[in-house]
Design a protein around this ligand. Structure first.
Ligand code: PYC
Length: 403
């Protein structure tokens, strides 16, 4: 094998072993973070992370890199709060610059109902120690003078939920950092290795079938975002998840003009300016389920109509690239994590339009779940079982874009 854990450079492991303590399906941010925390916090290093494509080439590469903890439910706020805390020290922990940039995050309100939801979120946030407050339109204009908050707009801005810790980060660096530090501790990453089936005996997982042969495993984790339902089907259970495209795009780069992250759930748009100067923008999910990452013209037209009203200066900007990810949406807009009906088989799914910001907390808590075989307290509200007991965690009001 070409694995040299002492080698500071990232090395791939071309040969698969016949068995591992843990196999993780999906070498995206969540799978790699789980591998890292398994190795770094629990000393479990006989781990293989498998991916049918390349490292972090799915939704990890396709999201718009927003990090925030300003959710609506106490369960969601506590969970994302831990993620923000882990993100803040991640560059040091992983010895890679993830370009974590705290910008402040606005969720704009254009109606009285949206103002009420903003107040509700602010109170839940403050109660749990997350910095959020409601501000009026003049307050928005003071912090973000390039935004059009005039009464003349078609949907005037009445105010916003303002969340100062809202941040962006370099998504690839997050994944590469986790991969690098996991591999340095002995974890193997095998790309171009597609899981085609699962070995299950008497309700317990024993390994995976791949296009490169059978691999035995003590425990198996699936962290495959848009492919969650397909992989769960191989494990023999059905998830309450629908896979829907989520499109995004970037403009040509310009000098720094927009410091904050701006979201409007009512207008179905969000925007931030990357360190490179590109305006990173997106909208709501497509109105139908689809296993596809194609982009459409109507998405761009709808998005730009609202963008130009909020930011008239963008009239001369050209779009540089557009793309889509596949969002695994649950009915209550919360993830499905932890134990499954199959013994020793663990799931990290239901990431809809909110997965990147959860990368560190998912890795941390999934690793704990795998190492202990128990559902960590922070993940209890997100257990698969909640759909049997009708104990849903309705996060709809707090999702960044309309659904
Ligand atoms: O949850 O912040 C978010 C988000 C932004 C874009 C898509 N989701």
């Amino acid at each position: 094998s070409s694995k040299h854990p002492e080698d500071p450079h990232l090395r791939w492991a071309p040969e698969l072993k016949k068995s591992y303590d843990v196999v993780i399906i999906g070498a995206g941010g969540h799978g790699l973070a789980t591998a890292y925390y398994l190795a770094a916090k629990h000393g479990i290093t006989n781990v293989a992370v498998l991916d049918r494509g390349w490292l972090a080439g799915g939704n990890t590469a396709r999201n718009t890199t927003i990090v925030r903890a300003n959710y609506l439910t106490p369960e969601g706020v506590a969970f994302y709060k831990e993620s923000v805390e882990l993100f803040r020290t991640l560059s040091v922990e992983l010895d890679i610059n993830i370009m974590y940039s705290e910008r402040g995050h606005f969720t704009l309100a254009h109606t009285d109902a949206a103002m009420r939801t903003a107040r509700w979120r602010a109170e839940v946030n403050k109660h749990l120690g997350v910095d959020s407050e409601v501000i009026d339109a003049a307050g928005v204009a003071r912090i973000c003078p390039v935004m059009n908050v005039s009464d003349e707009a078609r949907y005037p801005v009445l105010g916003a939920l303002y969340h100062p810790p809202g941040a962006i980060a370099r998504h690839d660096a997050v994944a590469w950092g986790y991969a690098k530090e996991a591999m340095r501790r002995g974890v193997e990453v095998h790309t171009q290795t597609e899981v085609t089936g699962l070995l299950i005996e008497n309700g317990r997982v024993k390994g995976v079938e791949t296009n490169r042969g059978t691999i035995h495993a003590g425990k198996v984790v699936q962290a495959v975002a848009g492919a969650s339902s397909r992989v769960a089907k191989m494990a023999g259970f059905k998830l309450p998840i629908k896979t829907i495209p989520l499109q995004a795009c970037v403009s040509e780069p310009v000098k720094p003009i927009l410091d904050q992250i701006v979201v409007s759930g009512s207008l179905h748009v969000y925007i931030s300016q990357s360190a490179r100067g590109e305006m990173v923008m997106g909208g709501a999910t497509d109105p139908y389920g689809l296993y596809s990452t194609r982009s459409t013209l109507d998405f761009k037209e709808g998005l730009m109509g609202h963008m130009l009203e909020l930011f008239p200066f963008m009239g001369e900007l050209r779009i540089l690239r557009q793309w889509a990810g596949m969002a695994d949406m649950t009915p209550d807009f919360s993830p499905v994590m932890g134990l499954t009906p199959v013994e020793n088989y663990y799931i990290d799914s239901g990431w809809g339009t909110w997965g990147f910001k959860a990368t560190p907390v998912c890795g941390n808590r999934m690793a704990e779940c795998v190492a202990t075989g128990r559902q960590p307290d922070l993940l209890k509200p997100f257990a698969f079982d909640r759909f049997r007991t009708f104990d849903l965690v309705g996060e709809k009001g707090a999702a960044s874009v309309g659904h």
